[in-house]
Write a new protein. Structure first.
Length: 501
């Protein structure tokens, strides 16, 4: 009998009632291992109602000490169960176990930040702004908030959201990807074990029905999203139309600019690691290398030499360096970009589309592909492929390379490889992207700095986690107070503008 992943509502597992289910496959074998219940509108409403009740009765007025105390216990449990969560990720996503462990570790960083939320929630006070008048600024929670998260990081991306949200005093409804739902359920169990009150954290699985209900529900105050640009734009437009605060992080086409003075061995190592890690299913993957001047031929040769040595296999094999893609349909779509590359002017240096793993022939396998001299009009350059395909473009000068990067509609992350501090400083100021690496290929910020892109990579005003996360999950209030001295004479009526002296 196929295992079923159900919902988590009000502190317990709730069986799906819609009668609609989706398949969950093991990407390494192609076999369906699990089915996941898809929520109806009524089931989403039940999760929001549980969150609303928990906010009104136990969590909205909870003390900071209570919130952080529970989060500290959750952090310890998460640390103790990191291998188990990583195994769930590998089984349903396909990434190698070490990469899955790294994902959990990056999620732990945000839990650490949430455990110290007390400092970020401190208000401000100005005394004697007028005679016996004080003004205080405070931040308060929003109420019920929702998170809609992608398949590529089933543990980390939810942890970019809910620890900050609940630390700020909100309750949370998570709609994880239906392709790899089990990590979210394990996290829910650990939160309950840590003592989180019922209803503060809820999980509903599903498709567009569940998403749209969260975007439209009158009791959901804010929505966080990570995914592709078209869906991010839809999430932002729909939720904002319904009066919600939105942070919607979209897709990417991250460029790595390699200047002639760069250490080409280090640049090649970085390009291979950043392009092909997690099979390219990262929004911060480097998918376009811009080689400046005469560096291109040598750099491409070094990238090819390294790429050809990468071992591809099941994620639970300790010798595997890269696993399969999430679904067969996604594998075929990624392959189509390589198949059509030559006709669009690209030089196909490596074609990984025919790759398979002996004994796992039905898995969602694809090898590493490398395209050189890619024109900006090629589909492989214009689209976010989200797979192990690296494009190399050529530029004669730094200025030409910068202009190429800035012309992209995406602005998530970027990197420059150089020994020239002046060039690096220019790049970090002139490039139009939200996250910049200097000799760092994947510049994902640490937890206490916020993550987010520019242009079509972000819809909304707030980046995720860090200080922006605190501001997103709270709203400001300013309180002006006067306590007259008992000896004061009555002030009398004054219809003039209030004086500040």
């Amino acid at each position: 009998m196929t295992k079923t992943v159900n919902h988590w509502i009000g502190g317990k597992t709730v069986e799906g009632a819609s009668g609609t289910y989706g398949p969950v496959t093991d990407p390494a074998t192609g076999a369906v291992t699990t089915q996941v219940a898809f929520a109806s509108v009524d089931e989403v409403d039940a999760a929001v109602a549980a969150a609303r009740e928990a906010y009104a009765t136990v969590w909205g007025n909870s003390s900071l000490a209570q919130r952080t105390g529970i989060l500290f216990k959750f952090r310890a449990l998460l640390d103790a169960h990191r291998d188990e969560i990583a195994e769930l990720i590998t089984a349903e996503h396909g990434k190698v176990h070490s990469d899955a462990l790294g994902e959990v570790a990056r999620g732990l960083e945000i839990v650490d930040l949430a455990c110290g939320i007390t400092v970020q929630l401190k208000g401000e006070l100005s005394t004697q702004v007028s005679s016996r008048v004080d003004v205080a600024s405070i931040r308060q929670p929003l109420g019920v908030v929702a998170g809609i998260t992608p398949f590529n990081f089933p543990a980390m991306v939810p942890m970019w959201m809910f620890p900050m949200a609940i630390a700020c005093g909100n309750t949370f409804v998570l709609k994880p990807s239906e392709k790899d739902p089990s990590a979210a359920m394990k996290i829910a169990e650990l939160l309950a074990e840590a003592g989180l009150p019922d209803g503060v954290f809820n999980v509903v699985h599903g498709d567009k029905v569940a998403v749209d209900r969260l975007l439209q529900h009158p009791d959901v105050a804010a929505v966080s999203f990570v995914g592709s640009t078209p869906i991010a734009r839809y999430i932002h437009t729909t939720a904002a139309t319904h009066g919600k605060r939105v942070q919607a992080l979209g897709g990417a086409k991250n460029h790595m600019l390699v200047l002639p003075d760069a250490d080409l061995d280090a640049a090649a190592d970085a390009a291979v690691s950043a392009a092909y890690g997690s099979a390219g299913e990262r929004c911060m993957a480097i998918s376009a290398v811009v080689a400046v001047g005469a560096t291109g031929d040598e750099l491409v040769a070094k990238i090819r030499e390294r790429a050809e040595k990468i071992k591809i296999g099941p994620g639970n094999d300790p010798t595997s360096e890269m696993g399969p893609l999430i679904t067969a349909a996604h594998r075929d779509k990624v392959a189509s970009y390589v198949h059509g590359a030559a006709a669009q002017g690209c030089e196909v240096v490596l074609d990984g589309t025919g790759y398979t793993v002996p004994g796992h022939e039905d898995g969602h396998w694809i090898g590493l592909s490398l395209l050189d001299r890619v024109p900006v009009t090629a589909d492989a350059y214009r689209d976010e492929i989200f797979g192990p395909v690296l494009c190399v473009l050529r530029a004669e000068t730094y200025e030409e390379g910068l202009a190429l990067i800035n012309a992209s509609p995406f602005g998530n992350g970027t990197a420059i490889f150089t020994r020239d501090g002046g060039a690096a400083r220019r790049f970090q100021l002139e490039v139009e992207a939200g996250m910049v690496g200097v000799n760092v290929p994947i510049p994902v910020p640490v937890g206490y700095h916020s993550f987010g892109g520019w242009k079509d990579s972000l819809f909304g005003d707030h980046h995720i986690y860090g200080n922006d996360g605190t501001h997103f999950y709270t709203r400001g209030k300013v309180v002006t107070t006067r306590w007259p001295d008992p000896a004061d004479a009555p002030a009398g009526v004054d219809l003039g503008f209030p004086r500040n002296h």
